[in-house]
Design a protein around this ligand. Sequence first.
Ligand code: ASP
Length: 313
Amino acid sequence: MDKNNNYSLMVHGGAGALDNIKDDKVAVRYLESIRSTLEYGREILEQGGSALQAAETCASFLEDDPIFNAGCGSVLNENGKVEMDAGIMDGRDLSAGAVAAVDNIPNPIQLARLVMTESEHVMLIGDGAMRFADHCGVELAPENYFYTEDRIEQLNQARLKHKIMLDHDDTEEDSEDQKYGTIGAVAWDLEGNLAAATSTGGIVNKRMGRVGDSPIIGAGVYADNETCAVSATGYGEDFMRSVISKTISDFIFMKDMDAEQATLAGIEYLSRKVKGRGGVIVIDKDGKCSSGYTTRKMIHGWIERGGDIVAKF
Ligand code: ASP
């Protein structure tokens, strides 16, 4: 079959040392999820679906998998509650939507898209976001959809250590041995449009009302057809302070870099300025895929210009 291969897709499922994934079976499970998400997204893009649709669908797919810290697998805050953040951006016209500190929403990324398309705002938070979800007829999920035994145990560990932890933190002191399990997707479609989506439960034992980088346009998510699409994962405070996604986009816009050069420059900036912990996935305006992280590993995968699926830590 003659195919137009001018599409690219990348997804991630968090960064960190991932030392908690010692068991091969667990590793395979993560990689399988990344692969099947990419397969799903590939179909959308091959059939002429938009980058926005592919990014949203892939993010929703990962939100529905409890192994990731987003949607049903979200970590718990200091009160043992789920508070999720998500952001989405369309590189065609810089339209964007985001929600923060929402609960009972099975797919916060879809609510973020509704904020983008059905409201005059970019971000809605807490009760206001929940009211908007109700107004849009979004079906809520019961509490037990989110609260897994693993997440409750993880919160108990964090409380015992009096620590705010990142997802799957299994260490005593060394912050390298952490996993930042947010999910994200970036896409470049047959028309050359870019889009990005990021969704998270945030960090374990976080303060009630804490918002991370994931829904912040320019920090955890960014897309501009003139430059690139970026989704980030890691210690959100570092990513907000360095406005990392927009910084990477600016490297392309102002210094004429490609995805790889801009990612390298962005990661160098993140490390040097704020000792940032985490990583990014990036697709540039020519469909080139790139990833970079300051942690030991990042769960991610990609299809570059219609090529084979690659999934790795
Ligand atoms: N960036 C997310 C946050 O700080 C956490 C993560 O990537 O896992 O909320």
